[in-house]
Design a protein around this ligand. Structure first.
Ligand code: NAP
Length: 488
């Protein structure tokens, strides 16, 4: 496909996406006085992952006070861990309150973004016309594009089949015979939400997760009033949660053996709900705790123990119009299949649509990203929640806000130097990535399990192998010496 630039709308900044990342970028640019910006959003509403994941039971596993912008506290969160509908509402409110909505172009699906060296700008093709921008900021999210299993006959299934992130809100659980494929963060929330209503649910598990107690509870009216009257009390709660979670990072990053002790908490939790020895064995992970994401839920194990639930660990080998067949020859009759099978993370198809200098796409260069934010060969480009910015222990908002500060500093320095184009020096990015890849194998994520943190070559391009304050420190200033500015 060629990109035509005859009718392109020209702006200084184009942002892709209206999740926490894209909205945050727009807010910070507006606050810094840059109002010549558009935000391209394929849907008709803001919210990113918290708009798209509408499955029953969807909730964040980081506390509300920490999983929100530091500059936009919400004193009246109704629960200590936010549910999807409340997070979606929060993002709508923030977008309106900070004046982002007039800049959002809804229904604009980006099909391509190409750096034009001669014109020194990005040309972005969308489903509703082209946009030319001097700076491109991608807030396209890491957990966006559903990963669907490649199982024989899947297309022949005649019942309802849906991915967890493409939930059919018209679907009724009552009286259904359901297969849930997967036992990750999404599945462990879906299963207990539908189990009481369905006739039967079969959960197909490939790898057992560590599921630990959840501490979510309602926030009292008194506490909400206190947060509203004395905002410092809510900030104190945020700071407490922040440091408790940074302590957890010691186990993930520095001393994986500490997590071994936490396995006792998991075992008590699992054995408290599951009495059958064979099921207990099926639910016992065979890797070190923390290597895959640790999942909080109080009702997943109890739901599996109900008479209308069944756990299957045999491999699914075939779909039939009304059933799934497993390797032991068993035929599991169902009318609904829920694919809670995760996302394309390190191979997000969006990366193939962004083309930098010399015709390389972000898919080719993703592993060369510096500070998760800038990429050699991609002038005037910023990536939010880019390579190695993910966290196993705390709120992504901490990483996003660090990136936003860095971007605003970068823009002000690049503009002061004449406006660019700017590009990170390849040797700076290479040294940085070599350092990360030296550290990552020594973390718990390098302890030998297979997870979506790793790419197809087994390289962890997803997680930040440090404390969040390390990342904040590394991104506190844009250092012009690490970049070529105005040279291309
Ligand atoms: P996920 O963690 O990648 O889990 C996918 C599940 O599907 C895994 O159990 C996986 O098994 C299984 N699976 C994948 N392909 C399969 C196949 N072909 N056959 C059988 N099983 C298959 O995806 P997710 O649950 O959607 O969660 C993704 C991430 O989103 C989370 O880790 C988290 O970061 C975020 N999230 C957060 C929350 C929250 O805050 N509470 C909620 C939902 C999602 P294997 O383990 O063997 O690969």
């Amino acid at each position: 496909m060629t990109v035509s630039d005859q009718s392109a709308q020209t702006v200084t900044f184009a942002i892709i996406g209206t999740g926490f990342a894209g909205l945050g970028a727009a807010i910070k640019l507006l606050q810094a006085g840059h109002d010549d910006l558009v935000v391209l959003e394929r849907a008709d509403e803001v919210g990113g992952t918290w708009r798209d994941n509408t499955y029953p039971g969807c909730r964040c596993d980081v506390q509300s006070n920490l999983y929100s912008f530091s500059f936009a506290a919400k004193p009246d969160w109704s629960e200590t861990f936010p549910s999807q509908p409340e997070l979606r509402g929060y993002l709508r409110e923030v977008a309106a309150q900070y004046g982002v909505l007039p800049h959002v172009r809804f229904g604009h699906e980006v099909s391509k973004a190409v750096w034009q060296g001669t014109a020194e700008r990005w040309l972005i093709s969308t489903s509703k016309g082209d946009v030319a921008a001097r700076y491109l900021i991608a807030g396209v999210g890491a957990l966006v594009e559903p990963s669907l299993p490649d199982i024989a006959g899947i297309e022949t299934f005649t019942g309802t089949i849906m991915h967890s992130a493409r939930w059919d809100n018209g679907w009724q659980a009552a009286g259904r015979r359901v297969a849930v494929v997967g036992t990750g963060a999404s599945a462990i929330q879906i299963v207990p939400s539908i189990q009481p209503a369905v006739e039967h649910v079969t959960v197909f598990q490939r790898t057992a997760p560590f599921v630990v107690p959840h501490t979510n509870k309602p926030v009292s009216g008194r506490r909400k009033r206190l947060y509203a009257a004395v905002p410092a009390t809510q900030r104190m709660s945020r700071v407490t949660n922040y440091w408790l979670r940074e302590l957890l990072a010691i186990g993930f990053i520095k001393r994986p053996k500490i997590l071994k002790r936490a396995e006792a908490v998991w075992r008590r939790h699992m054995e408290g709900a599951i009495t059958d020895p064979a099921t207990r064995r099926q639910l016992t992970p065979s890797y070190d705790m923390g290597c895959k994401r640790v999942l909080p839920s109080n009702d997943f194990y109890p739901a599996l123990a109900e008479p209308n639930a069944e756990l299957v660990t045999e491999k699914i080998i075939e779909f039939r119009p009304d059933a799934l067949v497993t390797a032991d020859g068993a035929v599991h009759q169902v009318d609904t299949v829920i694919l809670a099978t995760g996302f394309h993370v390190t191979d997000n198809p969006m990366f193939g649509l962004i083309t930098g200098r010399d015709g390389r796409t972000l898919a080719d260069a993703f592993g060369e990203t510096y500070l998760g934010t800038v990429v050699p060969g991609f002038p005037n480009y910023f990536q939010l929640t880019g390579a190695n910015t993910g966290l196993g222990h705390s709120s992504m908002l901490l990483m996003i806000e660090s990136q936003l500060r860095y971007i605003i500093d970068a823009v002000s320095k690049v503009e002061a130097a004449g406006g660019g184009p700017f590009e990170v020096r390849p040797e700076v990015a290479a040294a940085y990535n070599a350092e990360l890849q030296r550290k990552l194998p020594r973390t718990v994520w390098g302890s030998g399990c297979s997870s979506w943190y790793l790419n197809s070559q087994g390289k962890n391009l997803t997680l930040w192998p440090g404390f969040t304050f390390d990342f904040r420190h590394r991104t506190r200033r844009f250092k012009p010496a690490e970049f070529s500015i105005g040279e291309s």
